[in-house]
Design a protein around this ligand. Structure first.
Ligand code: HEM
Length: 191
């Protein structure tokens, strides 16, 4: 087991322990608040597209929490020759805790090749899950967020890391609107 793996697991645990912080911000975690479905599939309350074939309720709930509170997210991205260095943060402690938990869980999944297959998930991630071991991840938390450095010796993986970092920035800036737009662009490119 690498040091990175150990620290990611420790962080995931820390984020779980920090769980009681959840619910302190303006928009509560999902569960028990079910109205709002309009039958179009664009249900901004239950967000069914955030479920996945192998995603836990906690993982989908964390995605929903970030999308519902995305205006509170800040982000900076630096492209490296062999990867990315990002800092993502929030002044809202509950949102910061969910963000850290998401990153810890997802980067561990990438290391282990366990694709959550979330319905709205970007296909940019496919290569990261297919080429297990190709990404080296280092994460460091601060009081309000998380630094992520990811590098690879595989140029195609580097390209995917950089594209994905841009997609994360777009989701942090525009929330679900960014996801819908990416899906529409892919659908029209496929026709
Ligand atoms: C507001 C929405 C979201 C935010 C703020 C967010 C945030 C992040 C951040 C900060 C990272 C670390 C990599 C980087 O900094 O570029 C990350 C990685 C990841 N996210 Fe998200 N994310 C969001 C939505 C999603 C969605 C919808 C999925 C679908 C499953 C997802 C899956 C992943 C995966 C698999 C990784 C690991 C990628 C890797 O190790 O290279 N995220 N996310």
């Amino acid at each position: 087991m690498t040091n990175a793996t150990i620290s990611i697991r420790a962080l995931a645990l820390a984020a779980l322990v920090a769980g009681p912080a959840l619910g302190q911000s303006a928009t509560p975690m999902p569960g028990g608040h079910m109205h709002g479905a309009d039958g179009t599939g664009h249900d901004m309350v239950t967000m069914p597209g955030l479920r996945g074939l192998d995603a836990s309720a906690q993982e989908s709930g964390e995605l929903q929490f970030m999308f519902m509170n995305f205006p509170g997210l800040n982000r900076e991205v630096e492209l490296l020759e062999d990867g990315i260095r990002t800092y993502t943060w929030s002044d809202d402690p509950a949102l910061a805790a969910v963000l850290v938990s998401h990153v810890a869980a997802m980067t561990t999944r990438v290391e282990e090749g366990r694709d959550p297959q979330v319905f709205v998930q970007s296909p940019t991630l496919d290569i990261l899950f297919a080429r297990t071991g190709a990404v080296v991840t280092e994460i460091e938390t601060t009081e309000s967020g998380i630094w992520v450095t990811q590098t690879s010796a595989d140029p195609e993986v580097v390209a995917a890391l950089q594209t994905h970092a841009g997609e994360v920035s777009d989701m942090a800036k525009r929330g679900m609107e960014a996801v819908h737009e990416m899906m529409m662009q892919r659908a029209s490119a496929a026709n």
